[in-house]
Design a binder for this molecule. Structure first.
Ligand SMILES: [Zn+2]
Length: 192
């Protein structure tokens, strides 16, 4: 019988440790004697968008080499018969073609672990989360600490030049080094 594929979604707000969890999952797979996987069996990708470097970096300082891709075709070009597991960071930044590919690969027997935001800064679900949640076999929902009150935070807030971003502000804009665009984790009470 053909091996069943598997989709694991790791979601939560900004500052919830999603990339850290993705890297831990990767390390757990590599060190599992039972699975018998090597680096050649695992492919790690991240969106082209944010990056000058070829690593996924967690806020706790963990790092993992990742190929930068922008479309499903880019991912397909990196797949080969040795690849058994695919890891995708910041999956909310991709277009629908990548969600479709993930579902296809699951049917082909691959295990795919994806980390990313479930809600945008307007508290709306990202489209890729909506595309994949019904097909997810495992969901790890992480929470952050509210930057305002220290309680458990489920949402991300966005500020542009120190003021709350308007509803029409770009939902996939990344934090800028100059501090003009900043994100904060927020609990339901402090989210404004
Ligand atoms: Zn709060």
């Amino acid at each position: 019988m053909k091996k069943q594929g598997h989709i694991h979604l790791i979601v939560g707000p900004m500052f919830a440790g999603k990339s850290d969890e993705l890297i831990s999952e990767y390390n757990a797979k590599i060190s599992s004697k039972e699975l018998g996987l090597t680096q050649d069996n695992l492919l790690v990708v991240k969106p082209l968008l944010d990056s000058r470097d070829n690593q996924i970096k967690s806020r706790t300082g963990k790092e993992l080499e990742a190929a930068k891709v922008s479309t499903a075709l880019d991912i397909k070009a990196l797949l080969n018969e040795n690849i058994k597991e695919l890891f995708i960071d910041e999956f909310q930044f991709f277009k629908k073609d990548v969600a479709d590919l993930v579902k296809e690969l699951k049917k082909d027997g691959l295990s795919i672990t994806l980390a990313g935001l479930d809600h945008d800064f307007r508290k709306m679900h990202f489209s890729r989360y909506k595309d994949l949640i019904d097909d997810a076999d495992k969901l790890t929902h992480l929470l952050a600490t509210c930057h305002t009150c220290g309680q458990v935070a489920k949402y991300s807030r966005k500020e542009v030049n120190g003021k709350p971003a308007g509803k029409k502000s770009n939902t996939i804009e990344i934090e800028l080094k100059d501090g003009a665009v900043q994100y904060f984790a927020a609990c339901s009470k402090c989210y404004k």
